[in-house]
Structures are given as C-alpha cells and as structure tokens.
Design a protein around this ligand. Structure first.
Ligand SMILES: NC(=O)c1ccc[n+]([C@@H]2O[C@H](COP(=O)([O-])OP(=O)(O)OC[C@H]3O[C@@H](n4cnc5c(N)ncnc54)[C@H](O)[C@@H]3O)[C@@H](O)[C@H]2O)c1
Length: 256
C-alpha cells in the first residue's frame, strides 16, 4: 500500500516510536491521527507534524474512549488505511520479591490491559472501518502494524507481565492476519530491541550503557527513525503478512 495519500492512525503517537512513525508517514504524504493518553505531548506532537495531522486524546484501556477516538479519526479524514498500534507501558516487578512480597496483581492486569487488550480494542474498531474501504489495485483495504517487543521471546527477570503482554501481541498476529485476509487487510507485528525513547527513562544511566553494550552491531540503542523506516516498508510491501519482525541489532538479552 502506498503511504502517499493514505490515512494512518498511530496510537502512542505523542512520543517515541509512535511519534517517529507518524512523522515519517506524514513526511511521505500520509494524513495522520495521533491517539494517545498524554494530552500535552499529543497536542505538541501534532503541531510539530503539521496540518496533515490531528491529535485525539484517549486511554486505550477505556472501551468507550477507544470507540469514539476511532470514530473521530475516521470522520476527520474520511477513511483509515493504516494502523500503527504503538501505545504501551513498560512495567517491572518480581514474582516473589527479595522481601517476600508478591507481584502486584493490579500491576499485572494494568500491563495486559494497556499493551494487549487496549491494542486489540483499537485494532477491532479500525479493522471494522477498513472493511468499508474500496480495495486498491492489489486488493488491499488496510495494513495494521502492532508493536510487540523482543521481551516476547527473551523476557528478563522482572518482566513477567510485560513479556506476557507482548507475547500476546505476537500470538494474535497470525490468527488475525488469517481472519482479515478475506478483507484484504494485512496484519504484522514488530518486535523492537532497545530504542532511545521515554520508556527507558526509568532506567539509570549505568543500565542504559549495559543495554548498549549488549547490542551486537551496531553497538548502540536503536534510533526511533530506524523503527519508523521498518513500519514504512511493512506498509509498502504487499507480501509481508502474519509475521513478527525483530529490529534489534542482533540483541539477545540475558536473564538479568
Ligand atoms: N523503546 C524501546 O526500547 C521499546 C522496546 C520494545 C518495545 N517497545 C514498545 O514500543 C511501544 C512504544 O514505546 P516507546 O518506546 O515509544 O515509549 P514512549 O513512552 O515514548 O511512548 C509510549 C506512548 O504510549 C502512550 N500511552 C501509554 N499508555 C497509554 C494508554 N493507556 N492509552 C493511550 N496511550 C498510552 C504514552 O502516553 C506514550 O506517548 C510500546 O508498546 C513499547 O512497549 C519499546
């Protein structure tokens, strides 16, 4: 599918990987709707991107808010061709802490709620809208890119909830791609390694240097622009479907 003249919804578009992707798609001729919890950052992000972008505030955990955000996005530009599902949270906790305390069940539920259920809720509403699109000459009505993580495959100590949420994203990719194939909608997931975004802000500098050293080549954190480049390729390449692509400089994180 061509990016030029398409309409893209980017959740988590106010920051990091989502913002870089929205910027790149807009620079290549797409109209973009940023859907994000963070009102202030969202307004600023949309104004940086320019006139072909809008911001809609929404907590993806709230089904009513998701429904009206996707209706709003659809009504703003008259169609939705691309969905980039990048809203997400990074949480950490031990199953049994050093002091014997147990993993906070509310934190586990929160992580699944944002990263998996919220993502699916956005996806189902967008897919419902895409189903009404006129197919392009290749039979495509839409492209959906969900953001997973390498933690879906090699979660570290403390990542039980985060890895479960991202494992769910990887797991639902193929069945949804199979189901939406009849509609001409492709569904892909991307599993980033460690990228320089706000999600790392909870880590001390020492931990960030260690992460940089664990990437094989190039030996540095990923640049959100490199992630955005991959998403653009997925949108443009009609033979990519039903798969999760790692983008991680060959990083395989150890247990801790
Ligand atoms: N940065 C990395 O190293 C990395 C690695 C692997 C996966 N990821 C995934 O990439 C995605 C984007 O993360 P990022 O690194 O750009 O982080 P980020 O914190 O810069 O961006 C995440 C965005 O999601 C939004 N968000 C959070 N909760 C939300 C909610 N309930 N409803 C709506 N929006 C919400 C935030 O406001 C923020 O703008 C996440 O799903 C994250 O798990 C990031």
């Amino acid at each position: 599918m061509e990016v030029n003249n398409s309409v893209a919804v980017v959740t988590g578009g106010a920051s990091g990987l989502g913002f870089a992707t929205a910027q790149r798609l807009a620079a290549n001729g797409a109209s973009v709707v940023l859907v994000d919890l963070n009102d202030e950052a969202g307004v600023e992000a949309a104004s940086k991107i320019g006139t072909n972008s809008r911001f809609i505030q929404c907590d993806v955990r709230n089904p009513g808010a998701v429904e009206s955000a996707i209706t709003g996005a659809y009504e703003t530009f008259g169609r939705i061709d691309v969905l980039v599902n990048a809203a997400g949270v990074g949480t950490a906790g031990r199953v049994v802490g050093r002091d014997g305390s147990l993993f906070d069940l509310d934190l586990f539920k929160f992580t699944i709620d944002v990263n998996l259920i919220g993502m699916f809720d956005v996806l189902r509403h967008v897919a419902g809208r895409m189903a009404g699109n006129e197919p392009n000459s290749a039979g495509e009505r839409g492209v959906i890119v969900n953001v997973a993580s390498i933690a879906a495959f090699e979660g570290q100590v403390g990542q039980a909830a985060y890895s479960a949420s991202k494992g769910g994203v990887v797991g639902m990719t193929l069945p949804i791609a199979r189901e939406l194939a009849d509609l001409g909608i492709r569904v892909m997931a991307v599993a980033p390694g460690v990228f320089a975004t706000n999600i790392l802000s909870m880590l001390p500098d020492k931990a960030i240097t260690e992460l940089e050293n664990r990437s094989v080549f190039p030996k540095r954190l990923g640049d959100p622009e490199e992630f955005a480049q991959l998403v653009q390729s997925i949108v443009e390449n009609p033979y990519l479907n039903g798969e999760t692509i790692r983008i991680d400089a060959a990083t395989r994180l150890p247990p801790r």
